[in-house]
Design a protein around this ligand. Sequence first.
Ligand code: PEP
Ligand code: MN
Length: 294
Amino acid sequence: MSSVLEQLATSSIPTERSLPPYRLASRVLHPEDTVINVGDVAIGGNEILLIAGPCAVEHEGQVLAAAEAAKKAGATILRGGAFKPRTSPYDFQGLGEDGLKLLDKARQQTGLLVVTEVMSEAELPVVAEYADILQVGSRSMSHFRLLEALAKTDKPILLKRGFQATIREWLLSAEYLMALGNHKVILCERGIRTFDSEHTRNTLDLSAVPVLKAQTHLPVIVDPSHGTGRRDLVIPMSKAAVAAGADGLMIEVHPDPSKALCDGKQSLSPEELLSLVDAVKPLAMACGRRFGRG
Ligand code: PEP
Ligand code: MN
């Protein structure tokens, strides 16, 4: 164990309430919300963020069109995978660094920030060169050596929930990042595996949102695309996520979902993304918040 972790593990901090094991992530020692500022975007502030983009970067025309659609809908952050964690080794694995370069082009064209996944310590230097926010995918939430490496960067980390992880385990993964020096952690609920795979890809655990809001000061966003796996469920669950208190939505959008190389079934068209914004905005207002920049 590093000396920093040893000190944190053994330090006795007097508190009125007992301290959970995720002590730095906990609200006990840090009651006020954490707001992470990146460029002109405040993550965890009054504005509920729209993060949108394709599952994977496929080619220049696709990512630029998706980025334009995201911008038009009021998004501030473009999502898109260049290094893809695919279940099958035969499926499209992403464009790698070429994909990162296309994300950079889309960022320059639209002014959107870029969030993209980093899967390994080996890929971290190149991904960090291009990303404004580094994404830890569901399959990597418990990749502790990766978390330790990410803790040493100064970029915000979007930490997706492991599809098999409890909330405690998820917060302890956030704690790895924080204990070793990176406090810019954004939590993303993306569905967990339960028993019904007939109607939904995952079970989007929206109860996690108010639970996290009580337990931690970190921003919480929701990904209803992976959370349901179904395009027709993305808008209803986006509305529910905002009503539950989410600080942002991460939505997959593709200029032509029927041609997507991955996750087309859960991807919205640009028009559907505009419908999502129309549906979510009144709810955000009812919660005293703004939704996106549209
Ligand atoms: C993604 O958001 O690109 C992704 C692969 O999602 P998850 O890690 O939640 O499966
Ligand atoms: Mn996807």
